[in-house]
Design a protein around this ligand. Structure first.
Ligand SMILES: NC(=O)c1ccc[n+]([C@@H]2O[C@H](COP(=O)([O-])OP(=O)(O)OC[C@H]3O[C@@H](n4cnc5c(N)ncnc54)[C@H](O)[C@@H]3O)[C@@H](O)[C@H]2O)c1
Length: 344
């Protein structure tokens, strides 16, 4: 089924958005607003979702069939925002149809799925990017420059809180729904894979679907990370705390002051190198850097378009998406087995 509308001939990336539910409609809006793109198709199985999304991109054709979109000759790139269980197959099919692919997080629900996408991407001339939104957040990018410049010192540990009283999902647990954000952010900031994971969780609202999950990651170095995920919590919190040997940082995404840098820690007088009792507390100032806020989703979609135009590899391409799924899969195994597991 299609409803052709008048098209405007422009040398832009012609984008089809597939899955226009809760999140996909934001992608329709964002690509429709980007001068470098033209949304030529919108696809959803659900008629109402399709109609709602069509208001964001009035020039687009509408379809309820993914096949119809893949067959269309006015589609350069396919943006997939369907439920996670469909991602790997749809990404492979879009690559096989010679389309660039943006796929929402998580890339797949197991490592085998990511490997199938990897093979498809390697056999294609087109690029694949995963929608790991936090990596495109200006505050996270700023944190990365602080870490890379050594301003925080050696990163000792970090922890993330992603909780609210929110949408209860039945097709994926809080780990697969929320943790891709935190794991991709940790991967981007530390540039290291954890060696082991221990996760615990409980299903309070829907049998077999954990709504509350605690994840602990250990790295080869002494670094640790902790992630608290829940859609059964009285407060909405989106926070990352990083403790470095020189300074500490808190990124609070629900605050207007996104980032605070604390010049706090312990100083060790040079003449005493062994004894903890000679550590002196340094409680210096706190500063809030000015960060020019641009909507992370606009930056993310813009990055996808930029990579298509320039041939650059996306920051969240197949390799980082695969690392994220490897950690998620290990965390799920730990949840299932009730013990710490190594990351494959
Ligand atoms: N980046 C973020 O911050 C963020 C936030 C929320 C959701 N997401 C991700 O976006 C994806 C979608 O989540 P959602 O909350 O929008 O789900 P949703 O259920 O609200 O929407 C999914 C849509 O896909 C459609 N659909 C399913 N199978 C289809 C098919 N084969 N062809 C065409 N349409 C199909 C459904 O009809 C539905 O409208 C998930 O992967 C989720 O993890 C990302």
């Amino acid at each position: 089924m299609s409803e052709p509308r008048a098209s405007v001939a422009m040398p832009h990336t012609r984008v089809a958005i597939v899955g226009t539910g809760y999140w996909g409609i934001n992608l329709v809006r964002t690509f429709a607003q980007d001068r470098r793109a033209r949304v030529t198709w919108i696809c959803d199985r659900d008629r109402e979702a399709l109609d709602r999304a069509s208001m964001q991109a009035p020039g687009a054709r509408l379809s309820r069939s993914f096949d119809e979109v893949l067959d269309a000759d006015d589609v350069d790139a396919v943006v997939i925002a369907t439920p996670a269980v469909t991602h790997a197959d749809m990404a492979c099919r879009a690559l096989a149809a010679d389309k660039h692919v943006y796929v929402e997080k998580p890339l797949a629900l197991d490592v085998a799925g990511t490997e199938r996408v990897r093979v498809a991407a390697q056999g294609s001339r087109r690029l694949l990017m995963a929608g790991h939104l936090m990596v495109y957040h200006p505050a996270v990018e700023y944190l990365r420059t602080l870490i890379d410049s050594g301003e925080l010192g050696e990163i000792l540990y970090l922890y993330c809180t992603r909780v609210n009283l929110g949408r209860v999902r039945r097709d994926e647990n809080a780990l697969w729904s929320f943790a891709p954000h935190d794991i991709s952010m940790i991967d981007y900031l530390l540039g290291a894979m954890p060696v082991s994971v221990w996760a615990t969780g409980e299903s309070y609202l829907a049998p077999g679907v954990e709504d509350v999950v605690f994840v602990n990651l250990k790295f080869d170095s002494r670094q640790m990370a902790h992630i608290h995920l829940s859609w059964l919590d009285p407060r909405k919190e989106r926070r990352l705390t990083i403790v470095g040997s020189k300074k500490m940082a808190v990124f609070d995404d629900v605050s207007s002051e996104k980032l605070r840098i604390y010049d706090k820690g312990y100083d060790r007088p040079p003449q005493f190198t062994d004894f903890g009792e000679y550590l002196a507390i340094r409680s210096g100032g706190v500063y809030i850097p000015h960060i020019k806020m641009v909507e992370p989703l606009a930056r993310e979609c813009g990055h996808f378009l930029h990579c298509i135009e320039s041939g650059e590899t996306p920051t969240t391409g197949i390799n980082s998406a695969t690392r994220v799924v490897r950690v998620l899969a290990a965390a799920q195994r730990s949840l299932d087995q009730g013990q710490r597991v190594t990351v494959d």
